[in-house]
Write a protein that binds this ligand. Structure first.
Ligand code: SF4
Ligand code: SF4
Length: 394
């Protein structure tokens, strides 16, 4: 966004406060600067030269979860998310607190395979430490290998269609079985699946840290690969990746992956009826956790519940809305708020008495698994695979 457009957009705010209605950080902290309206006011002051970056001001701007709960609430049409991204890119030089996080994130994204191998070698030391700091669930282990392994095409006998999978970093390196489950479901339903080589991080973590130019480079690389595939849809187990490649790339580089589709909407529309599944005997009830980017960013809510009902699982709603507090780099930078948000949600899920918690995002899955120990936490594709492909294990 150019500076004049930025100032114009910030100037549209009429201070009504509607954007605070579902803001998790405002809800948690209760101060104006921890909600969208206050953050935008700080950015206006900064852009007008009335304020200078300070550690506190930077914290207020970087403490937004980027959850998008405010993005459709503004009657004046302020592009709150883009204004916050732009603010972060303006503040990145002065923001010393997250300097190390930026360096490590860039290092990982530039050398993902090497970073994975090093983390694997060090995992007996690394993960107990990270678990103690509540960055990963207790007893977390890396998989033996990532999901992606060069260009792969999974063929089917009677082809109904052709789709591509955008794996995303968290699925590829932390939960590769989610991509396997998705591919198995797609194959079973007659879709040829392409997992192209050359996929890079969608750019969301870099953007969240204010590294706009670096995120744009990744966006261009992914567009070169996925933009030219002749497929019905590009799917991912990660809604943040889908939101980024579909809706944020146009704002970043002028075009996005138009046929990027969230897994839930795609499967609900394409899969045959699954009601005969025995899964419902094992997990008669589940509490469903709405990932923010799927709910607010992509508008998917009832579809997830419908899909669970179709596989024989009844959904028990928990009390209230709520973000799990993950937010990518947010959970590393604001551990206390992240932990408080998580604890609140975990208690609500436990109170449902459901047999499992189901979500649709690898990040939420990891976050919820840190606090929910007495109930299994699943990604929805794991359960659909069980129901649809008849796998013995869940
Ligand atoms: S994106 Fe989420 S955390 Fe950030 S201001 Fe909006 S509602 Fe609050
Ligand atoms: S909803 Fe829009 S106009 Fe109202 S305070 Fe928030 S940004 Fe400003």
């Amino acid at each position: 966004m150019e500076k004049t457009d930025y100032l114009k957009d910030l100037g549209k705010c009429v201070l009504c406060g509607s954007c605070k209605a579902f803001c998790p950080t405002y809800d948690e902290e209760g101060t104006e600067a921890m909600g969208a309206r206050g953050r935008l006011a700080l950015l206006r002051g900064l852009s007008a030269g009335q304020l200078s970056p300070t550690p506190l001001l930077n914290d207020r701007i970087f403490s937004c979860l980027l959850c998008e709960a405010c993005s459709d609430l503004c009657p004046s049409g302020v592009d709150i998310m883009e204004d916050i991204y732009k603010g972060r890119s303006l503040l990145k030089q002065s923001d010393r607190k997250r300097r190390l996080l930026r360096i490590l994130t860039k290092l990982f994204i530039r050398n993902p395979a090497l970073s994975f191998r090093i983390s694997h070698i060090l995992q007996n030391i690394l993960f107990p430490y990270l678990s103690k700091k509540r960055f990963v669930p207790a007893n977390f282990r890396l998989p033996d290998s990532p999901f992606r392994n060069g260009h792969s095409v999974y063929k089917v006998m009677k082809k109904k269609g052709r789709v591509a999978v955008f794996t995303g970093c968290s699925t590829n390196f932390l939960y590769p079985h989610l991509a396997t489950s998705l591919v198995n479901i797609l194959l079973k339903s007659g879709y040829e699946v392409i997992v192209p080589s050359g996929e890079v991080c969608c750019g969301a973590p870099l953007r969240a840290l204010g590294l706009e130019d670096e995120a744009k480079e990744l966006a261009k690389k992914n567009m070169r690969i996925f933009g030219r595939l002749k497929v019905e849809a590009v799917l991912s187990p990660c809604p943040t990746c889908i939101l980024t490649i579909k809706k944020e790339y146009p704002k970043m580089i002028g075009s996005g992956i138009k046929n990027a589709t969230d897994v839930i909407s795609f499967l609900l529309e394409k899969l045959e009826i699954l009601q005969l599944s025995l899964l419902g005997k094992r997990f008669p009830t589940a509490a469903y956790h709405d990932p923010c980017h799927l709910l607010y960013g992509l508008g998917v809510k009832n579809q997830a519940r419908e899909l669970l009902n179709k596989i024989g699982v009844s959904v028990i709603e928990k009390e209230g809305n709520g973000c799990c507090g993950f937010g990518g780099p947010f959970s590393l930078s604001f551990r206390e708020i992240s932990g408080n948000l998580l604890q609140k949600q975990a208690e609500r899920y436990l109170a449902t008495g459901a047999d499992a918690v189901v979500t649709a995002c690898p990040g939420c899955m990891m976050q919820l698994s840190k606090a929910i120990k007495d109930m299994p936490v699943f990604h929805i594709v794991e359960l659909i695979e069980e129901a649809y492909c008849g796998s013995d294990e869940v």
